[in-house]
Design a protein around this ligand. Sequence first.
Ligand SMILES: [Zn+2]
Length: 259
Amino acid sequence: MMVTMPAETYLFGCLKDNFGVLIHDPQSGATASIDAPEAAPVEAALAKTGWRLTDILVTHHHGDHTAGIGELKARHKCRVVAPRGEAQRIAHIDETVGEGDIVKVGTLQARVIETPGHTAGHISYFFPADEIAFVGDTLFSIGCGRVIEGNPQMMWNSLLKLRTLPDDTRFYCGHEYTEANIRFAKTIEPNNKALATRADEVTRLLAAGQPTIPATIGDEKAANPFLRADSPEVAQLIARVGAPAWQVFAEIRERKNRF
Ligand SMILES: [Zn+2]
């Protein structure tokens, strides 16, 4: 009988407030870095875990997600997988992928979900067997990425795709923005109990010097105002009753931009 071993992950800080994260397949020894904000912290994480870098899975072209790729690839000869829609904007790519493609990391398998809006070709990687998702700068805990290359409707649709992942899915995002996101979210839904619970948890984690992620999709659905733009309560709270959900989302995003 085939026995599958669960994936292991290792999370660490990079640059000012970026997250780096490794996912490791204990069966084959394969290890992927999700994005590569800078090489040195990834190297330190590899040294600490004793894992060997075989793959880099890129979510989008921004420099704070790609600057370390060249150095890491030169040293480890790892494969670089990147979004097809951003192939012209990312160096050192070996394979491009799009919606529904399967990316293997050893015996682990990720499904690619196109999540445009922050950038036009942004993708996320979902490992269904382990219920782990890497969502780059699309979804943050209690927040979402800025809509830079896309439009609000596009971003809302991307968030809806992530929202349909199983509730137990643990998601890893690109930045430690949770505390500031909570301060803003309270201005939208001041009486949201799930948000208050998450705020207490985040206060405890940060006081202990811990990262605030991963969070689960189920918890996030209850507390993140950007995932709640189609709830009648949220529409009412921002005085947009009857507006399409993407317009409610756009208004919340606009308020966050000014916050
Ligand atoms: Zn970005």
